[in-house]
Design a protein around this ligand. Structure first.
Ligand code: HEM
Length: 177
């Protein structure tokens, strides 16, 4: 959806994919070279993290500044708020701007630890590298064969079920290149 709306980025990532892959199916080396595509995926997972919260149980009484968290309490960390806080990301926090990730997560955010689409710490998502590889392969294959724009039927309504998803789907107008 974001690439359909942001045609400049669609063209930028397509140019990278065509240059890196030269018509071949992407392999591991090629995926590592796709910097623009990685930036787009990071920015998408920032704005629309599929898992919107991570939770942790306090195994002992804790103190964060003035806040006391008793043992046994479940702490829900709201990822969407952390990912869109203008104090951390700048005034364009709600804008789709993959360039913010040009120097990685540490270049994009004042406190890089708050960017956590795959969670954080010892229970971080075990499938994150696999998920990133899948996303890059799927997007690279689509971008190399099609251009696409958003259908006028699209209604923007991100909706939280088990994961964050578009309530009415995302209808795209695809054009073979
Ligand atoms: C874009 C795709 C994905 C997102 C956004 C995502 C996100 C997450 C998040 C936020 C957590 C919780 C981490 C935490 O509490 O710190 C998690 C855990 C987990 N994910 Fe993913 N995930 C994705 C794809 C996958 C895939 C493809 C697999 C398996 C092939 C996978 C397997 C797991 C497992 C097993 C855990 C539990 C890890 C643990 O508790 O030790 N995930 N994921």
């Amino acid at each position: 959806m974001l690439l359909a709306v942001n045609q400049d980025w669609q063209e930028r990532v397509r140019a990278e994919v065509l240059q890196v892959c030269q018509g071949r199916i992407p392999d591991g080396d090629m995926l590592n070279k796709m910097k623009q595509l990685t930036m787009v995926i990071h920015e998408t997972l920032r704005l629309y993290p599929p898992a919107t919260v991570v939770s942790r149980e306090a195994l002992q009484d804790l103190k964060f500044g003035n806040l006391t968290v008793p043992k046994g309490v479940n702490i829900w960390i709201n990822m969407v708020s952390l990912h869109t806080d203008a104090k951390l990301w700048g005034p364009d926090a709600y804008k789709f701007n993959p360039d913010r990730f040009a120097n990685g997560v540490s270049g994009a955010c004042k406190f890089p630890g708050v960017y956590m689409p795959f969670g954080v710490g010892t229970r971080v998502c075990i499938g994150q590298n696999f998920a990133m590889a899948e996303l890059k392969i799927i997007l690279a294959l689509i971008l190399s064969k099609f251009s696409f724009s958003l259908s006028s039927k699209y209604i923007h309504k991100p909706c939280l079920t088990l994961v964050l998803e578009p309530e009415y789907g995302v209808e795209l107008l695809m054009k073979k290149l």
